[in-house]
Design a protein around this ligand. Structure first.
Ligand code: PMP
Length: 361
């Protein structure tokens, strides 16, 4: 069976054990004589999957009964609009930290509604770092502060939790959700499209304080309100059962591996291996991110010429190292090393980087 080391940014690599388990039980799920994508979302076997996934996510995050997990469709991109629609107003705008493409897209949606304002931006520096705490200018009347915790395209990540005083903190964690322990209680709302660290595309996990969800704007259409998902256990309409089922399996896999502390241990080893290959290359590889903003999930770097970059991608693929081409807005390479990427994958890529440099200097 051919399996490559898959460095794609999302959809992305998933734990092999999870895929094998899903394959083994596909045709006859929970002895129902049906697959998970054929059974009713109101059936007992499905509800068990749904509720267990929610419980495992909350317990991995160390959150209690004051938080709920919602499963919503429309991608993280729909969250960009739902958040201001539900929680901001023209008087109390959402404050946005612009640290990359997706935080800018989130702000754009709020701006369409005239409910957004910028609290800080590193756009002028081509988003090579996330803003520091002392650069955040948060309006005391803001409805919330929105940050993107890991910038998938630029390869930068927050390594501190912004201090916001009384202003609720919201985070897009699409590309680093459940990759390390974070004091999640400091956040009122966290969301993540699952197709990077947690499962197949099709569902967004929203983890929010219940008292906050209850503030959803009641003049919105039903499906745009967070409290619809909360009151109906995310079963108001047909949920994306297969995505949720795989997310549940990935959450169980993380638990079995040792939880978020173990994920952080593995992820920091992988990141160290790749950043060392960059730092020890005598300038052949140039990292995009400033050192104190470096992402543990997406490692971005350039080579001396675009020709060498093309050659790098082609030769990497010959070595079963797939998906290393960067996003066009940064150029160069991007190695995404989410939870499911084994340490051996990072080692294989670093070995290839060293060899490639020696043959091409
Ligand atoms: N936020 C981040 C951090 C992302 O990486 C992405 C997708 N790459 C998005 C939001 C948009 O997610 P979706 O495609 O699910 O709308």
């Amino acid at each position: 069976m051919k399996r490559v080391y898959n460095f794609n940014p999302g959809p992305a690599t998933l734990p092999l054990e999870v895929l094998q388990e899903a394959q083994a039980e596909f045709l006859n799920f929970d002895n129902s004589g049906m697959s998970i994508i054929e059974i009713s979302h109101r059936s007992a076997p499905y509800e068990k999957v749904h509720n267990q996934a929610k419980a495992d996510i909350l317990s991995l995050m160390g959150l209690g009964d004051d938080y709920d997990v919602l499963f919503i469709q429309g991608g993280a991109s729909l969250q960009f609009a739902m958040i201001p629609l539900n929680f901001a107003s023209h008087e109390h705008k959402g404050a946005y930290v612009l640290s990359g493409t997706f935080s800018s897209n989130a702000y754009k949606e709020a701006a369409i509604l005239e409910m957004g304002e910028v609290a800080a931006s590193t756009k002028e520096e081509n988003f090579c770092r996330v803003p520091r705490q002392d650069e955040l200018k948060i309006n005391p009347d803001a409805a919330y502060l929105h940050v993107c915790y890991n910038n998938t395209i630029y390869g930068t990540e927050f390594h501190y939790i912004p201090e916001t005083g009384k202003i609720p903190l919201f985070a897009d964690m699409s590309s680093d959700m459940l990759s390390r322990p974070v004091d999640f209680k400091k956040f009122s709302l966290i969301y993540a499209g699952v197709q990077k660290n947690l499962g197949p595309a099709g569902v967004v996990i929203v983890v929010a304080r219940k008292s906050f969800i209850e503030k959803s704007r009641d003049t919105l259409p039903t499906m745009l309100r967070y409290d619809t998902f909360y009151k109906k256990n995310s079963l108001y309409n047909t949920p994306p059962a297969f995505s949720i089922y795989i997310v549940g399996k990935v959450a169980a896999w993380i638990k079995n591996c040792g939880g978020l502390t173990e994920m952080a241990r593995r992820n920091s080893i992988k990141a160290k291996i790749l950043y060392e290959a960059i730092d020890n290359s005598n300038g052949f590889y140039r990292g995009h991110a400033e050192k104190d903003s470096r992402s543990f999930m997406n490692v971005t770097f350039r080579l001396p010429t675009e020709e060498l970059e093309k050659k790098f991608v082609a030769e990497a693929l010959e070595k079963n190292l797939s998906g290393v081409k960067g996003h066009r807005s940064v150029g160069g390479m991007r190695a995404s090393i989410y939870n499911a990427m084994p340490i051996e994958g990072a080692e294989a890529l670093a070995d290839f980087m060293n060899q490639f440099r020696k043959s091409n200097v």
